[in-house]
Design a binder for this molecule. Structure first.
Ligand code: AMO
Length: 428
């Protein structure tokens, strides 16, 4: 094929000096000096200098930066500071032209605001900082899958088009499904619980949907969730899994993404462990001491979490929430039934994950649904699985996009999501 290349730029080595290679990429910079043209060629792996001499320049013609070229040439040593090698072109072919000016500067010399970048996201991916964020995200996903598999969790994929709500009625997107109403799944909650009856330990990494009209740096209408569910585990067991997983991700990225960290300008530091475990009750006391008017049973507002987050920077668990603040599937504590076997994993003020021990007795589960104003008839398919030998089980869900913001030190999830969806953004 005429457009196939022999090497990525990062694969050029001293052994290749004097040998012919075929490179392909984008013209990042281009300088004409008399009969010579110096091209900085970029591909996904790096940059190389290309020297184009004499008549070959005619092949190039009038060409804009960011056009795509394929170069056949000989690898040689270079005196130029920014490059390890250069390639003396023998053939050069323009495969696709780029317009000038482009809507955003892919080199990042002229900074564009996030909305402009998101409107031209594919081009933004040629900006090395943005590309590094998504290379890092790839490594995060790799690490999550590796660690959970080692912990004997099986990866599953649950449906995203569903017939009834998984997390209660609020924040559901509905759609017409051949004359019936269907919904977009808010979480894999019910399915992952059901899977414990045969697979014991499962995980899923998928997108889920919330019709939340929130305009913050941490809410999207489509977000990626990492979910686990495990039979024969209590909430502190799955908290241990979560803490281990977060630490492994930090270690993996810190060790394997050195170049990306440098380009992003943020060093990934492995957090100290164990993560502090603060009870909801202690949290209320702490807030009262700070002069907040808050009582046991109140949900923690963003302003409260900002205070707690300031006092406890980094990762910590908030545990043992009141039952009335938790979803219908969460189980109570034996010694105090007003409290639940539940937790949130926080990073400062930011909620990263929530989870807990689940109710596995169908009668109690039905009663809880009614207590929370939900109709058990809507959960028939789910409830019947509880009559087939449902083991005690626990799990959690963690927002991948939020976890990513902690790793790269930004406060807007839109930076780490390819094409974010929020109430104001449905395209591109
Ligand atoms: P919860 O609703 O707390 O729990 O969600 C779990 C985690 O998912 C992330 N998240 C979001 N991220 C971005 N935008 C959103 N709109 C958004 N909503 C949630 C957060 C949050 O902590 N089924 C339970 C989990 C479980 O108990 O297993 C659940 O969905 O990081």
């Amino acid at each position: 094929m005429v457009f196939v290349k022999s090497h990525d730029i990062s694969e050029l080595t001293t052994e290749l000096i004097g040998k012919q290679v075929v490179l392909g990429g984008w013209i990042e910079d281009l300088r004409k000096l008399g009969k010579m043209t110096f091209i900085t060629l970029r591909d996904v792996s790096g940059i190389s200098q290309i020297i184009v001499k004499g008549g070959l320049n005619d092949t190039l013609g009038e060409i804009n930066r960011q056009s795509v070229v394929r170069v056949k040439g000989i690898v040689q040593e270079t005196k130029a500071r920014d490059f390890s090698f250069e390639v003396k072109a023998e053939e050069i072919e323009v495969l696709a032209k780029a317009i000038h000016p482009l809507p955003v500067d892919p080199i990042g010399r002229l900074e564009s605001n996030i909305d402009t970048r998101l409107n031209h996201r594919a081009l933004d991916m040629r900006n090395q900082k943005t590309a590094s964020i998504f290379k890092l995200r790839h490594h995060v996903l790799q690490s999550l899958r590796k660690t959970l598999s080692e912990k004997k969790f099986l990866e599953i994929t649950t449906p995203k088009i569903i017939g009834s709500a998984s997390e209660g009625g609020a924040d559901l997107f509905s759609l017409d499904y051949f004359g019936k109403t269907a919904y977009l799944a808010q979480s894999p909650q019910l399915y992952k619980e059901q899977m414990t009856i045969g697979l014991e330990r499962v995980f899923e990494i998928s997108n889920f949907y919330r019709a939340e009209n929130s305009h913050t740096g941490r809410h999207l209408t489509e977000f990626t969730s990492i979910d686990i569910e495990a039979a024969f585990m209590d909430y502190d067991d799955v908290m241990d899994v979560l803490e281990y997983l977060v630490l492994e991700v930090y270690k993996f990225v810190s060790a394997n993404c050195k170049k990306e960290q440098e380009v992003i300008g943020h060093a990934v530091e492995v957090p100290s462990s164990p993560f502090e475990r603060i009870t909801y009750k202690d949290c209320i006391e702490e807030l009262k001491k700070e002069g907040e008017k808050v009582e046991f049973g109140d949900d923690l507002l963003d302003s409260h979490l900002r205070i707690i987050g300031k006092n406890h920077p980094g990762f910590y668990f908030l545990i043992d929430w009141p039952m009335k603040l938790k979803p219908f599937y969460i189980r109570e504590k034996d010694e105090d039934t007003t409290l639940s076997r539940s937790f949130d994993l926080q990073y400062g003020f930011l909620e990263l994950s929530s989870g807990g021990t689940r109710l596995h007795n169908p009668e109690i589960l039905k009663a809880r649904l009614v207590e929370q104003g939900l109709d058990p008839a809507q959960f028939t398919d789910h409830l019947k699985t509880f009559d087939w030998g449902m083991p005690p089980h626990s799990g959690w869900g963690m927002g991948l996009d939020r976890l990513m913001t902690t790793l790269i030190g930004v406060d807007n999830v839109r930076e780490v999501v390819l094409y974010p969806r929020d109430p104001d953004r449905l395209s591109p």
